[in-house]
Design a protein around this ligand. Structure first.
Ligand code: GLA
Length: 409
């Protein structure tokens, strides 16, 4: 028996105390305030965001904290409990290609300025209990924490409404896409800024929707249903992640273009589309190895599963979503080809130990899996997964509990 390792979330007081201390010991005086933002898990709807599709994330109780004080000049000075030294730059020098972890922070200030908001330099201290490289959106948590902090000190008032938060999503996404250079699709920033406690958030990435239409909170009361969402950070890291993510995205764009569509979402008959069978038939002559068709089949089926999953949750039938989680995992393993041995092991072991459903979550190629588990079975499932990893000679996984939590604030 291997003792399962748990990663507890800090309370808001604990996180605030940490960054306040780090700020005062690194810079003269006190911060103007402390802000924080959560990591996320995606319940279902993977690699659908950049296909104008649906996603259904919840916010983690694990958050990234930032203590910040504006400066008179345009200098940015940053310290982090997770990094050595001080990261420094002038805002006027921030541009695509800016290097280091500070790019995620300064990039948000850059993107706010690009959107026409007046922001100056600042000193800031950062600390986080969102695990890095675990597929739980630690970078979006950092960007969202910076966004609400700058929103407050610059008096922009965007964080006060969901419409304003949707603007902050666009800003943080530009920081990630253009300054940090990761071609991600917006799920993570939307989750960190727009999720609500006790709710999942049904995101619709079709262009041109209002905030009201693009993010619909769906009550997701796990406690009343006697359920727990268990997250397993497999600790599996795959160095080629960025290239593979970009390759998946490029395949989707190529398939859409061959079909004469702006996005794969438009295949849906409900939106007047041609339907999956005709789409696959039309792709066949261009797709000798079948890769494009597998990618398209994942995206189209995943969007459909996400809609059905959300409907079940809406009807208070969270205990019935398990088969959709399993079908989603199989689709990512076989058609999208983004799973790995560790993720498959979590899913298979959790199911054998009594989970109602399980799947990998996030970008894939390592990172985390989630399992929906009856509260009484949480320890049994965690134990089974810890033992299976030990038996396979794998690095011990880390377990997190994920009640749907509050957004950036
Ligand atoms: C990563 C990206 C998101 C999304 C997911 C897959 O988390 O940052 O934009 O594409 O992968 O669903």
């Amino acid at each position: 028996m291997t003792e399962p390792q748990w990663l507890e979330a800090w309370s808001v007081e604990e996180g605030a105390r940490r960054v306040d201390e780090l700020f005062t010991s690194s810079f003269d005086g006190s911060p103007e305030g402390v802000w924080s933002a959560p990591g996320r898990v995606n319940l279902i709807g993977e690699h659908t965001d950049y296909n104008a599709g649906l996603c259904l994330p919840t916010a983690l109780p694990h958050r990234t904290f930032i203590a910040l004080r504006p400066r008179e000049d345009d200098r940015v000075r940053l310290v982090s409990a997770q990094a050595e030294g001080v990261w420094e730059a002038n805002l006027s020098d921030i541009a695509p290609g800016t290097r280091g972890w500070g790019a995620y922070v300064a990039g948000v200030a850059w993107a706010l300025a690009e959107a026409g908001h007046k922001v100056g330099g600042f000193d800031a201290a950062v600390d986080s209990c969102v695990p890095f490289g675990a597929g739980l959106s630690s970078s979006a948590a950092l960007e969202a924490a910076v966004a609400v902090a700058l929103d407050a000190v610059a008096g922009l008032g965007l964080a006060g409404s969901d419409t304003g938060r949707t603007e902050l999503v666009a800003v943080t996404r530009r920081a990630e896409n253009e300054i940090a250079g990761a071609p991600t699709g917006g799920l993570d920033q939307s989750a960190s800024l727009r999720c609500r406690e006790g709710h999942a958030l049904l995101l619709d990435f079709r262009p041109g929707l209002s905030a009201l239409e693009s993010g619909v909170p769906v009550p997701f009361d796990l406690d009343t249903a006697g359920l727990t969402l268990l997250v397993v950070d497999t600790k599996a890291e795959h160095s080629h992640v960025d290239g593979e993510y970009g390759a998946r995205r490029a395949a989707c764009e190529r398939a859409a273009k061959l079909l004469g569509l702006d996005s794969l979402r438009e295949i849906a008959p409900a939106l007047g589309g041609m339907g999956i069978d005709r789409a696959l038939a039309e792709l066949e002559p261009h797709d000798a190895d079948g890769v494009l068709r597998r990618r398209v089949r994942h995206v189209v089926s995943e969007i459909d599963r996400t809609a059905r999953f959300a409907n079940l949750v809406r009807e208070g039938r969270a205990a019935d979503v398990g088969p959709f989680m399993l079908a989603s995992h199989a689709s990512m393993r076989d058609d999208y080809e983004i799973s790995c041995r560790e993720l498959d092991l979590v899913v298979d072991t959790a199911m054998a130990a009594g989970a109602l459903g399980a799947r990998m979550t996030g970008g894939g190629f390592g990172g985390s899996a989630i399992a929906l588990v009856n509260q009484a079975d949480v320890d049994t499932v965690a134990q089974a997964v810890a033992d299976a990893f030990a038996d396979a000679g794998l690095t011990a996984p880390v377990f997190l509990l994920a009640p749907p939590s509050a957004p950036a604030a």
